[in-house]
Design a protein around this ligand. Sequence first.
Ligand code: ZN
Length: 138
Amino acid sequence: MKSFRKELWFETRTRRALINITSKIEECLRESGIKEGLLLCNAMHITASVFINDDESGLHGDFEAWLEKLAPEKPYSQYRHNGAEDNADAHLKRTIMGREVVVAITSGKLDFGPWEQIFYGEFDGKRRKRVLVKIIGE
Ligand code: ZN
């Protein structure tokens, strides 16, 4: 069995951002040389997500509005976690959007359903953060 590991780094200019990382993940898969197996991709920070959905700007606006309704950033004082930090909302948003994705690899390709794309969801950005890509198979 082959095994491949790589970290991808991101630094967003805004506190929140959604980045389509599908082409970077496909690059990792090519680099690994693995044709049949499983790919895991997870955020290595508890205020960021990796998730699969549609690359459609309307939907991305809907995610932002929905997450702000469920866990509004402000007022910071509404959260017990805040004080030394101001990122309680980011922890909650990350929990809603998920930590990781697992994608099947078939014939050297990500075995996606229609319109599936992989996203990095940043909820407390403006600093360097990373994502782990682990691929196992043959
Ligand atoms: Zn925190």
